[in-house]
Design a protein. Structure first.
Length: 403
């Protein structure tokens, strides 16, 4: 005889009760609360800032980019804010927004708000970093990009401002700006598509795509093609994926306007202190430019752009052509590569990417400002003296009355 409340349960009944309780708890935990979407849907639905990356550096004209996920979401508009101010509102993909971050590399708060068709809002924000060396920028500052290697050719990192000395015409100068990592990069890639490149175009496209993919999303990149003329394949504001697709349109014909593309690249760079780099690939002598080599070199000397040249084809066999490419690169503090096999072009691009990732940026305001149109030598020294230093050899001052 049993009493109410102390009834003995059989093992089968106990297991059944426990199973029911467990299933009830599982269902209760999985079910969404009233008015809320399922947890999986909440995680999947988001707006994400693609560029700039969190804690990156930005300066000058810049393109903000965002993505709304999943792609099936109905989006009314996407609004971009910089430092609390509305920059632009976009209603169609791709969600990009042109913005000028200013001459300095300062800290910025970027916020993106995606308004869905049903009225809900998705929000993401990132904060970029600032560096002291550009908080006050003197327009007369001379920026110098510096590459430092040891006796084995390995890049030297971790050097400090006090280890750099700069001389102009052998007169020591005070370093006013210094940056050692995550330095903003403005790059132009100029690709030779003259008729002699016809057989190499497939491998050239693959190498260029690999080079562009290896650069940072925060880098400002313009892609040019040149033969008799200079063509813009992708502007600095172009979406990275669209930039890669633009390379697929390369086709070989015509002559080679190498000097024209150098001047076009230099004139397209911004004026804020930062790294400006041109990478050009060419397999022959200039046959179609409207300007001379001397004019192109003089214009390059008035710029702070670093030039990397890659010689292929005829330029690998004819020393006068190699000398031209080496002269343009050396003057700017860059390097000249010789690639006899088009299949090895990717290795040259890889070396350039590694170097771009291991550079220093110093700048100085000359003790005596000149507007004499003359060439002024620059020499950079790094302590200890065992390190090898490569930097621009000098600059050509503008003409006009001195200050």
């Amino acid at each position: 005889m049993t009493r109410h409340g102390s009834q003995t349960e059989s093992p089968h009944v106990r297991r059944l009760v426990l199973t029911v309780l467990a299933l009830t708890a599982l269902v209760a935990g999985a079910a969404p609360a009233p008015g809320h979407a399922p947890r999986q849907a909440q995680t999947a639905e988001r707006v994400r800032i693609l560029v700039p990356e969190r804690n990156s550096y930005v300066s000058g004209p810049f393109t903000l980019r965002a993505a709304v996920e999943p792609l099936t979401l109905a989006v009314a508009d996407v609004s971009f804010f910089a430092n609390g101010q509305l920059v632009c509102r976009v209603t169609e993909r791709p969600y990009t927004c042109a913005w000028d971050a200013g001459a300095g590399v300062l800290e910025h708060q970027i916020r993106v708000v995606a308004t869905l068709a049903d009225g809900r809002r998705l929000v993401d924000s990132v904060r970029t970093r600032g560096v002291a060396y550009t908080e006050t920028v003197d327009v007369d500052a001379i920026p110098v990009t510096v590459t430092v290697t040891d006796d084995k050719g390995q890049f030297v990192r971790g050097l400090t401002r006090s280890q750099f000395q700069v001389f102009e015409d052998d007169v020591p100068q005070a370093v006013t700006h210094f940056a050692a990592e995550e330095i903003p990069l403005e790059l132009t890639a100029a690709v030779d598509v003259s008729g002699s490149m016809k057989d190499a175009i497939p491998q050239l496209k693959a190498a260029v795509r690999g080079f562009l993919s290896a650069l940072r999303p925060s880098d400002t990149i313009t892609v040019l093609a040149f033969n008799d003329n200079v063509f813009t394949l992708a502007r600095a504001s172009t979406d990275p994926q669209a930039r890669l697709k633009s390379v697929d349109r390369l086709a070989a014909w015509g002559g080679t306007a190498l000097y024209d593309v150098i001047v076009r690249s230099v004139e397209g760079f911004g004026r804020q202190i930062g790294r400006r780099t041109m990478v050009t690939f060419s397999d022959g002598e200039d046959t179609a430019s409207h300007i001379t080599l001397d004019t192109a070199e003089r214009r390059l000397q008035m710029s702070d752009a670093t030039v990397y040249t890659i010689a292929q084809g005829r330029a690998t066999r004819l020393k006068p052509l190699r000398d031209i490419l080496e002269r343009l690169a050396k003057t700017s503090g860059g390097r000249a590569f010789v690639t006899e096999d088009i299949g090895a072009l990717g290795r040259s691009f890889d070396e350039i990417v590694r170097e771009l990732s291991n550079q220093y940026l110093v700048a100085y305001v000359p003790r005596v400002m000149r507007r004499d149109g003359a060439w002024h030598r620059i020499r950079v020294r790094v302590t200890p003296d065992r390190y090898r230093v490569r930097a621009r050899e000098g600059y050509r001052a503008p003409s006009g009355a001195a200050k």
